[in-house]
Design a protein around this ligand. Structure first.
Ligand code: BTN
Length: 235
């Protein structure tokens, strides 16, 4: 795949979406620094030098559920971090946590024109050796803080892309989907039976017990009903 690298961009996701028609499937858009990086729920995403900020363009022939891409990437990141002696876990739906703090986030956006899917852009933000702003230090962490090592951002990108390619190839084989889901579940922070508090995209907060959890949805049993949740944040 081709890597478009920039010293600075407002946002690699934005760039990929705006240039989607001329970017072939598999293109990587990578920036050393973003000036207007964003995350889920349109939250600003701190993207100083030293972190890994990139997006992948997918142009599938068939519309896969977008959970597929985030699942693939969250497993890839978790595996890679574990290889680098970082105990990583996946926090539903797709954040990667180490020591109870967020080390990486994934944002998948689909671009649709009428009924047609033009493509899917998955953005990855991984704190490598960027400085975590003090107001975020309670909830965010970097690879450097965990390992005390100064990894090269391009080395991490290469390793991660390699891993993703292997995982994707495996996933495409028949009967691998179950194996893959098992892998994803292995890294999952919250499991069926856990009691959690969750914030929904509309700001509403609910408490309940996880009845079922997968990359597409979470079934939450509350006092009086069971709710199927597609997006939200476990508090
Ligand atoms: C989240 O946790 O809310 C997702 C964060 C995704 C951040 C990445 S950094 C590269 C890409 N470009 C962006 O503007 N966002 C994603």
């Amino acid at each position: 795949e081709e890597i478009y690298s920039f010293t600075e961009l407002p946002s690699t996701n934005r760039y990929a979406i705006e240039n989607l028609s001329r970017l072939p499937s598999g293109t990587i858009v990578w920036a050393l620094k973003q000036t207007a990086g964003y995350g889920r729920f349109n939250r600003p995403w701190h993207s100083d030098d030293g972190g890994l900020w990139f997006s992948i363009v997918f142009k599938p022939r068939l519309l896969k559920d977008t959970g597929y891409y985030t699942k693939l990437i969250s497993v890839g990141i978790a595996e890679l971090l574990c290889e680098l002696d970082c105990d990583a876990m996946i926090k539903w739906p797709n954040d990667v946590y180490v020591k109870g703090k967020k080390i990486a986030g994934i944002l998948t956006e689909s671009v649709i024109e009428g009924e047609r899917l033009l493509g899917v852009v998955t953005g990855v933000g991984l704190n490598v050796k960027n400085t975590i702003p003090p107001e975020l230090s309670k909830i965010a962490i970097s690879l450097k803080e965990v390992t005390s090592k100064d990894y090269d951002v391009s080395f991490i990108l290469k390793r991660l892309l390699n891993k993703l390619e292997n995982l994707r190839r495996k996933y495409l084989q028949v009967r691998m989907k179950k194996y893959f889901t098992r892998k994803w579940k292995k890294y999952l922070m919250h499991r069926e039976g856990d009691k959690i508090r969750l914030s929904l995209p509309n700001g509403e907060k609910i408490t309940g017990t996880i009845e079922k959890i997968n990359s597409e949805y979470l079934l939450l049993k509350t006092d009086n009903k069971t709710i199927k949740i597609m997006a939200g944040e476990i508090l």
